[in-house]
Design a protein around this ligand. Sequence first.
Ligand code: ZN
Length: 177
Amino acid sequence: MTQRTILSIPDPRLRKVCNHVDVFDNKLQSLCDDLIETMYAAPGIGLAAPQIGILKKVIVMDCDKETQDHKPIILINPKIVWASEEKRSYEEGCLSIPETYAEISRADKVKVTYNDLLGQRNETIFSDLWATCVQHEIDHLNGKLFIDYLGSVKRGVIMRKMMKIKRETLKISKDKQ
Ligand code: ZN
């Protein structure tokens, strides 16, 4: 397992539509291991492969904050096949958009089909925080970010803040050389 670097906006890889996974091999297993390790280290409750620069439809999640032992779930090629009309609002953040939070309204429950590591197709209904998280992560696979649900003014403020952080980070790394 390797802890990978998490990309942050405005990295263009975060805006790409990811590729469907067809091969279920050891390489896929080790990608999932890396995603899980990186997610827990961040720490976060969900991580999508494009956030570490791998443009494949793979996400990992663990929204269970209560239990000590980690039970991450892995969803490959996830697809929302049903969403409740009932919505819930949650203050979302994203490991690729540091220190930014916003209240986002999404379906309260969703039914998701996905492949497991063996390639078997499964189906799960997610609710509460898990529903918010799975919708947020599936958005990542389509190049969509939670700030896209905000108005253009709010999004503009966030983008300018992120560009500023990026410039400062570049400056610091140059100064160090
Ligand atoms: Zn995210």
